[in-house]
Design a protein around this ligand. Structure first.
Ligand code: B12
Ligand code: SF4
Length: 273
């Protein structure tokens, strides 16, 4: 049943996208973009391709915010979806996205840079990198000739403003939380304030996953299973941990109602046990 739902949605995806574009143009907002989000391979970490056991929530939150702003979003998780570098390049040439966004950690950044280099060999599609590595090494990353924008920290608000600015030519310098280059000069616009009300963030766009049930956490006793994030931040200060650099040490919580709504949504749409 779920497979049917996904096939159906895949089949009508571009139709839905076009419909949204027409609607938005009629609405007067003409910066609708086709955006491809990519979760890089973690092959570097383990020496072989290992299927991740948890969904990439960060990119799914970004996807949800972009869809809320009427953009057309596509998503590939290289390891789960079985895309190698050549296949992803072929897919990009075929589908021609307006923008590409990568998630990153320090161990996956080399894969991001390799694919970005291949993309830039044949296209001039702008490339954005977000995630933990982008947050801790943004200045170094933006100096890479194949990366156009780096998003630092929580990305939900930043990505909306950045895509809007790229669409309508507004000033990048006014968007908090990004690195870009202005005539070869690195510009950092400064840290963005944390999102105070987590309930305002849309639920992760799980429908973008091509194989939502292939992520199987080792602790799961029943399938299908999903992971849900109920709070952000951690008060501890373990020296090796980067969590504080994205979500800070002050804890923020979603309301119980909001979390239960997400669980109910998952039970209804994904038959979660
Ligand atoms: C769950 C988790 C895992 C899971 C799943 C990872 C996954 N598929 O995403 C598993 C168990 C598989 C895992 C594995 C590993 N993990 Co881990 N993991 C986490 C954890 C606890 C939560 C990640 C998460 O879902 N966060 C929630 C989302 C909402 O946050 P986010 O991903 O940061 O996304 C936000 C922003 O970063 C940004 N953003 C993210 N991507 C993008 C993309 C764009 C285009 C934009 C604009 C913005 C943007 O916007 C998002 C929303 O605000 C973090 C710690 C933490 N609290 O973040 C460690 C963490 C990411 N893991 C870490 C490590 C070290 C590892 C491993 C290397 C461990 C190992 N030795 O095997 C592996 C490598 C995995 C990999 N692919 O890189 C480190 C990474 C440090 C670093 N410098 O890169 C972290 C930060 C913990 C720590 N020790 O500091 N991990
Ligand atoms: S490892 Fe990171 S998230 Fe876990 S308790 Fe320590 S500081 Fe908090």
């Amino acid at each position: 049943m779920h497979q049917d739902f996904y096939n159906l949605e895949e089949k009508y995806w571009w139709f839905l996208g076009r419909y949204k574009i027409v609607f938005s143009v009629l609405n007067g907002s003409i910066y609708i973009m086709k955006i491809l989000l990519i979760q890089p391979s973690q092959e570097n970490v383990y020496g072989v391709v290992v299927k991740p056991s948890y969904v990439p929530l960060g990119l799914l939150y970004i996807g949800a915010c972009l869809e809320k702003a009427s953009h057309v979003v596509d998503f590939i998780d290289l390891d789960i979806d079985g895309f190698n570098e050549n296949k992803v390049l072929g897919y990009i040439n075929e589908t021609k996205p307006d923008l590409i966004g990568f998630g990153s950690t320090t161990v996956t950044i080399n894969n991001v840079l390799k694919i970005s280099g291949l993309i830039k060999n044949t296209t001039d599609i702008p490339i954005i990198v977000g995630g933990i590595h982008a947050t801790i090494a943004g200045e170094e990353l933006i100096k890479n000739e194949n990366i156009d924008y780096v998003v630092v920290g929580e990305g939900e608000e930043t990505i909306g403003e950045l895509v809007k600015a790229l669409g309508n030519g507004h000033k990048l310098s006014e968007i908090k939380g990004i690195y870009y280059e202005d005539r070869s000069k690195v510009v950092f616009t400064g840290d963005r304030a944390l999102i105070e009300n987590l309930d305002n963030i849309p639920f992760p766009a799980r429908h973008l996953l091509r194989h939502p049930f292939d992520y199987i956490p080792p602790e799961a006793l029943k399938a299908p299973v999903i992971s849900i994030m109920t709070s952000r931040g951690c008060a501890a200060r373990c020296t090796y941990c980067c969590t504080k650099l994205i979500f800070a040490r002050r804890m923020r919580f979603r309301t119980i109602r909001n979390v239960v709504d997400e669980i109910e949504d998952a039970v209804k749409n994904y038959d979660i046990k």
